[in-house]
Structures are given as C-alpha cells and as structure tokens.
Design a protein around this ligand. Structure first.
Ligand SMILES: Nc1nc2c(ncn2[C@@H]2O[C@H](COP(=O)(O)OP(=O)(O)OP(=O)(O)O)[C@@H](O)[C@H]2O)c(=O)[nH]1
Length: 368
C-alpha cells in the first residue's frame, strides 16, 4: 500500500470514528499515524528525485488569482465550496487539504481563480515540508486571502504574517520608494530627497552594501519613512513580493457579537460564517474590490454589448491598455473608440487611446 492509500485509509477510519471520550486515544493514534504518513509524503514530494508535488502547481487561469492561506480547519475548503464552482472535501479534522484545489469565482462575467493551498505554511522559512512550495505559489497571487478562525486568538494571524515576512512576502505594503542601481565603477553614491525620519542613514546603506560586497551603486531614497529593512528589501528585490492581503475571519457564528464587531473593524478585514452563510457576499465583493479590476464590455456596431463576456483590465486602465490586452499590435490599427458608461462625459463619447476607463464601461473600437 502506497503512502497516499495509507493516508486515505486512515482518513476514512477517522471519518467513521465518532468523536467522544472513549475514542479519544484511538483518534489521537490515528492522527499521529496520519501526520507521519503525510510527512513521508511531503518528504517524497519535496525530494529532488520525487518528481515535485503532484497536483500542486496550478496553472494560472482567469483574470486574476487569489491564494487562500490559513491554518488547518479554519474553513478554507468550506469557503471555496461556497464561493467557487469547485467543491473541495470537508472533514471534521485537521489537515484535510493535501493538494491545492483551484476553484473559479465568477464575478459578473469576470473569472477569478482561487487556489486553496495545503494548510502547511509554518516552518516555510526553514524550508520545512511543503511550506516552501506553498510560499512559491503564494508569490504568484494578485491577492492573498488569509482565512482566520474567529474563535482563535491573534497569534494565528501574527504567526502567518511572520512566516510570510520571513520568506519575502510583504502584505499590504508598497514597494519602498528607493531607487537603486548597481554599477561597474564610481563607488557608492547615496542621496536622500529629504532627511530620513526613520533609521535609514547613508552610513547604514553603505554598511549593508559593503556586507553584500557591492562597491559601486547609486541609491536615491525618495521617501523619508524608508527603513533599513526597506532598503534590504530593495537590494533583494527579486525575492520580495508586495502583495495585497485581505483578512477573512470565519466562524463568527461561534463568537460573541462584540467580538465580531471588533474583528470587523480591523483594516482590510471581512468577517463571515461559511457554515451559517453569513457575510459571504461581502467577502466576494471585497475580493473584487481589492483586486482593483474593471470590467469593460465590448460592443460591435449595431449589436448589443456582450455583457456575459467582459474584458478584465486593471482599474484606471486607458483605451490604449485595453487595446494592448486584446492584441499587442491592436494599437497600431486603432482609429477611435466610442465609450458609454460612467467614464464618458456624454453617451457615447468619442475617445482616443489615453481615455481612462471605468468599471462596466461599454466600448466600441474603430480601426483604420
Ligand atoms: N462553527 C463553524 N464551523 C465552521 C465554519 N466553517 C467551517 N467550519 C468547520 O470547520 C472545519 C474545517 O473546515 P474546512 O473547510 O475543512 O477547513 P480548511 O481550512 O479547509 O481545513 P484544512 O483542509 O485542514 O486546511 C469543518 O468541521 C467545518 O464544518 C463556520 O463558519 N462556523
């Protein structure tokens, strides 16, 4: 029997076993076995000869990608089951999700891919288990949805944040406004546009660069709030990702109203109960809002717009950007556009490539 079968057998036995005082030890034993087999599986999959995590690498599809991160049993699978067209298995014990299950969230014609990662992120920074793979996938996200259990304390959020921080994922943070360029000659030149209000000094920058064995570089600090950490992020740019994060507290049915109220007031936070179907619409709206995308409907002359199949572009995109997303050469052929919707001064408005589009605008493109 292979490891996967063994795991399956234990899972089935656990699902059959009723949870009570008498079965406590037996269940504990099963859980122990399960954990061991899973570790074995993870070790196999992370080993260089193991062929990589099957079912783990998920091809990016749709208009944007949201990655779910959270501890086991916080309700990630339940959420996925509620808001996407893919159902994932739910069980009444920890460590259900072994492989990532992509689901598609349909938002008025736009398609957002939601990836549920194995609930194993801790230890990622030490390269433990599949944490590293989890992190690699998390890096590809347009938005991280951190699912938290409202009945648990603040430590779950803090430890996940710490773990992500340790692997170079910066949540809800802009890339520090520091210009940095390595050069061949000329020594290190440091300039501040205004005196630093943080701990970043010319001395500190030079010291760090020396430690990195960088002897020639131009540095321009454009923000007086930049810290040493920010500068280190900038020189390690290829390992740093600045990703938006939405915190979703699940299981609010199991805590007091006061607690729900307190959580809901935290920044970038939504509260929900997957079990009681509470707040799920708000979660979906907030995901869409945070992704910062607009739907643009194209319309052919004399025909009604195709409302079921929008073109999805970043907010504040121009008609030029839209043309580019249709085809990279389309701009060459562009003559003018007619725009209906909130970005148009009158309907329709004749516009050029620089016109900024709004969500749900309708556009007709005319070519030369
Ligand atoms: N009280 C309550 N329980 C919930 C809620 N949502 C999910 N649960 C329960 O929490 C447990 C775990 O749910 P899952 O959706 O499997 O959690 P998960 O985060 O996907 O777990 P892993 O797959 O282990 O990572 C199940 O027993 C659910 O019934 C909720 O809103 N309220």
């Amino acid at each position: 029997m292979g490891v996967i079968e063994k795991i399956k057998a234990i899972e089935e036995e656990m699902a059959r076993t009723q949870k009570n005082k008498a079965t406590e030890y037996h269940l504990g034993l099963l859980k122990g076995k399960l954990a061991r087999f899973r570790q074995q599986l993870l070790a196999e999959e992370t080993a260089p000869t193991g062929g990589g995590g099957t079912g783990f690498e998920v091809a990016k599809s749709g208009d944007a990608r949201v990655v779910l991160i959270g501890y086991p049993s916080v309700g990630k699978s339940s959420l996925l089951g509620k808001v996407t067209t893919t159902k994932s298995e739910i069980a009444h014990y920890a460590f259900t999700t072994l492989t990532s299950v992509p689901g598609v969230l349909k938002y008025q014609g736009a398609e957002v891919q939601i990836v549920d990662l194995p609930g194993i992120i801790y230890g990622a920074s030490q390269g433990k288990g599949r944490g590293r793979q989890v992190v690699a996938t998390a890096r590809t996200a347009d938005l991280i949805l951190m699912v938290l259990d409202a009945t648990k304390g603040a430590h779950q959020r803090e430890s996940l944040e710490k773990e992500l921080e340790a692997v170079g994922i910066r949540l809800n943070k802009e890339k520090p406004n520091i210009y940095y360029k390595k050069k061949e000659t000329g020594g290190v030149k440091v300039t501040f546009t205004s005196p630093s209000r943080a701990n970043l000094t010319e001395e500190a920058i030079k010291m760090i660069l020396k430690d990195y064995r960088i002897h020639n570089a131009d540095v321009l600090v454009r923000d007086d709030k930049c810290t040493i950490d920010d500068f280190i992020d900038i020189i390690n740019d290829q390992h740093c990702n600045y990703i938006k994060c939405l915190y979703a507290y699940n299981k609010i049915d199991a805590v007091s109203l006061e607690e729900v109220d307190r959580l809901a007031r935290e920044p970038n936070t939504v509260v929900m109960s997957c079990e009681k179907d509470l707040g799920l619409d708000d979660v979906v709206d907030e995901i869409w809002y945070q992704l910062n995308l607009s739907r643009v409907y194209t319309k052919k002359r004399g025909v009604k717009p195709e409302f079921s199949d929008p073109l999805v572009v970043r907010n504040a995109s121009t008609i030029g950007d839209m043309c580019h997303s249709i085809h990279r050469d389309f701009k060459e052929k562009f003559k003018y556009a007619l725009v209906w919707g909130s970005s148009a001064k009158h309907s329709p408005q004749k516009c050029g490539l620089t016109h900024k589009l709004h969500d749900e605008d309708v556009v007709s493109l005319f070519t030369k």
